[in-house]
Design a binder for this molecule. Structure first.
Ligand SMILES: [Zn+2]
Length: 682
């Protein structure tokens, strides 16, 4: 008892006590909550009463909520202040958590009680409760709760095998990437490469006691060589190594070949789908998404491809004119980069001076206030995990608390890279007083130095708007049931709508004075510089679009057309997709599928289209603001009340239509990427 009382993770009465949490608290805290939850679950399913929302689902939601309150600080700290002890404790708990969630998902008595509640109370429940019930019933079935014992066992085995295959796929990609090294002794070979790339290569050579330069195949090097190396042979060599990683082609052909892993993965995914009575894995994937059917997704992608094709063709011609010859796959990025520099003459270095982080933040808060009437106010003295972290209170127009947010903006050692938003505390309106939501907003910007504040590139500014969009989705929710409040329960292909929507404000002339101010002179970004920056947003837009569509179509067709007797037909499907959409045919040795981790080792199987899908929604939502003024209060209020505040409690398509007054349209994204207007002129 006393031990539990002293464990700061189990104190969920206020904000997490970040500075008191230690690695040794993790396993005991999680075991305590899981034990208590299991006991409570036993009680609930053994209860003689007729199951109801109030006597079964409500307590279950509160149990989940408590588990979340205890686990959220752990997974957060593991990402932002990682250390070996914490990592070990975290990994130990992952297995326990996964076992617990499988138990819940396959608990047939619990499932039957949910079915009973659906029958008796279904029509009487409010929107949020009924949505949670609907999602729960779906998730029970997707966990195989209804299968007989033999099939349940097979289901479990296949899931484990799939997890192992995903891990092997990723290992092969990693090993193949690490194995490649280019040793250079002729300095001329480095012509065009950026200074930091060359310096790193020199250092790498010195470390191994070698002459000259050593270039590994990590992404920054690959990107630098393909974009800047003047020597075609170097670009070709890197392209070949990169595009054949973990395959039967290229410099390490057959050594870490993922061909079989891909075949096995596709076969087992198909089997899982069939076990759950879906015709194929694509249909299973779409069961939890906003898109309704494979046909709808394919039509969506093919339509975008058709409309981008001619412009992309023109863009290739432009590059070929500059190059003076037909382009090979390894020439594309190089000549695109060259043309971009010629045309826009902007550099991160110049732009950065106009975006000191404090100014950008003030501007973003001001945008949020103008749109949604909320006020963001920093609060001193809140316990955090690092001195750079700040806490912001979110107040409504009347000054009443609505929630808060932790911001951890700067890169440092032992912090995961990239940028993200995560929930710290969910809104819970099932208890009084209401528990307000709290978010984590994490980035990896350059910290301030002695001579100047932290200066952001424009990409960084866009990132900050993006993550702030997720944050607003989490914080503006008014839904009482945590499981469908904020970002919870929002389908994968709709969850990027609020974030990509907010990115647009980083590209508006009207927002410039709010977010930019030269850190020495205080003047906002000059308009001619802004115009060039804006022009660069659409640069090679159609080609970029087609490339993403090629990936998405390949992924969707691979999973929807799978036939056990024919196998994966990976190369055949790629070939077909390319013949339909590509403007440059990659060489026959290209095996991008073999390192396509999003689809074979990540969560994007039959879901890669989600990126484009959400982009269309975001651009279309923003076009409503463009029509009426980007700070128009009525449009903003509609965005808040129909989309942001409802989170996962309503059908995502219905919510969009309620906001926009019609189904999503492709035009705004095509305009945003410079495809539409140019298409009309061409
Ligand atoms: Zn995002």
């Amino acid at each position: 008892m006393s031990q539990a009382k002293d464990n700061p993770l189990l104190d969920t009465s206020k904000l997490p006590r970040f500075s008191a949490i230690r690695a040794e608290h993790v396993v005991p805290a999680l075991s305590t909550v899981l034990r208590e939850n299991r006991e409570k679950l036993e009680e609930l399913v053994n209860d003689e009463q007729i199951p109801t929302w109030d006597n079964l689902i409500r307590p279950l939601e509160l149990m989940e909520e408590r588990l979340d309150r205890v686990w959220s600080p752990v997974s957060h700290l593991n990402s932002v202040v990682n250390n070996p002890d914490l990592r070990e404790a975290y990994n130990t708990c992952l297995a326990d958590l996964s076992a617990y969630s499988t138990e819940l998902g396959q608990n047939s008595r619990l499932y039957e009680a949910f079915v009973e509640i659906e029958k008796r109370e279904g029509p009487k429940l409010d929107t949020a409760r009924s949505k949670l019930l609907e999602n729960s019933l779906r998730d029970f079935r997707l966990a195989g709760v209804h299968l007989d014992l033999e099939k349940k066992a097979r289901f479990k085995k296949v899931q484990q095998d799939l997890a192992a295959l995903a891990a092997r796929f990723e290992e092969n990609v990693l090993d193949a990437t690490n194995a490649f090294q280019k040793h250079i002794t002729d300095q001329g070979m480095l012509a065009g490469l950026p200074e930091p790339t060359v310096a790193r290569a020199r250092e790498a050579a010195l470390k191994q006691g070698q002459e000259g330069w050593l270039l590994s195949l990590d992404y920054p090097n690959y990107h630098a060589v393909l974009s800047y190396a003047d020597r075609e042979e170097l670009r070709r060599e890197f392209y070949t190594a990169w595009a054949t990683r973990a395959s039967d082609q290229g410099p390490d052909a057959g050594r870490w070949d993922n061909s079989e892993v891909i075949e096995d993965t596709l076969r087992l995914r198909h089997e899982v789908a069939q076990l759950l009575d879906y015709p194929n894995y694509a249909a299973l994937s779409l069961a939890t998404k906003m898109a309704k059917s494979t046909e709808q997704v394919l039509e969506f992608l093919e339509d975008l491809a058709r409309r981008s094709h001619d412009i992309a063709r023109l863009q290739v011609q432009e590059l070929e004119t500059l190059a003076g010859h037909t382009l090979e796959a390894w020439d594309l990025m190089y000549f695109a980069e060259k043309l971009k520099r010629e045309r826009f003459q902007i550099s991160d270095e110049i732009l950065k001076s106009y975006f000191p982080v404090e100014k950008v933040l003030d501007g973003i808060f001001e945008v949020a206030q103008r749109l949604y009437g909320i006020h963001l106010a920093p609060r001193e003295g809140v316990e955090t995990w690092h001195e750079d972290v700040r806490y912001i209170d979110v107040l409504d127009a009347k000054g009443a608390p609505r929630g808060g947010l932790f911001m951890d903006l700067y890169a440092r050692k032992n912090k995961r890279g990239g940028a993200w938003m995560d929930d710290c505390i969910n809104r819970n309106g099932m208890q009084k007083p209401v528990q307000h939501p709290v978010a984590h907003l994490v980035c990896n910007f350059n910290p301030p130095t002695e001579s100047h504040p932290s200066l952001l590139t424009h990409d960084d500014v866009v990132t900050l708007f993006h993550e702030f969009g997720h944050t607003l989705h989490h914080l503006l929710t008014v839904v009482d049931v945590p499981g469908v409040a904020g970002i919870h329960g929002v389908p994968w292909d709709a969850v990027e709508l609020p974030s990509q929507f907010m990115e647009n404000f980083a590209w508006q002339e009207e927002a410039l004075p709010l977010i930019s101010s030269h850190f020495q002179t205080g003047e906002p970004l000059p308009i001619d510089l802004f115009e060039r920056l804006k022009g660069s947003r659409q640069f090679m837009g159609a080609m970029h679009m087609l490339r993403q569509l090629e990936f998405a179509l390949f992924d969707m067709r691979l999973h929807s057309e799978y036939e056990p007797s024919l196998g994966g037909r990976v190369l055949e499907v790629i070939e077909q997709v390319r013949s339909e959409v590509s403007v440059i045919t990659p060489p026959a040795f290209n095996r991008f599928s073999h390192s396509f981790s999003h689809v074979f080792a990540g969560g994007y199987a039959a879901g890669y289209y989600s990126y484009k899908w959400a982009e269309v929604l975001a651009a279309d939502a923003f076009s409503a603001f463009e029509e009426q003024g980007i700070f128009n209060p009525e449009v903003a209020e509609r965005m808040r009340s129909r989309i942001l505040s409802l989170g996962g409690s309503v059908d995502a398509m219905e919510a969009f239509i309620a906001f926009r007054g019609r189904a999503p349209s492709l035009e705004p994204l095509l305009r945003q990427t410079g495809i539409e207007s140019k298409a009309a002129a061409a």
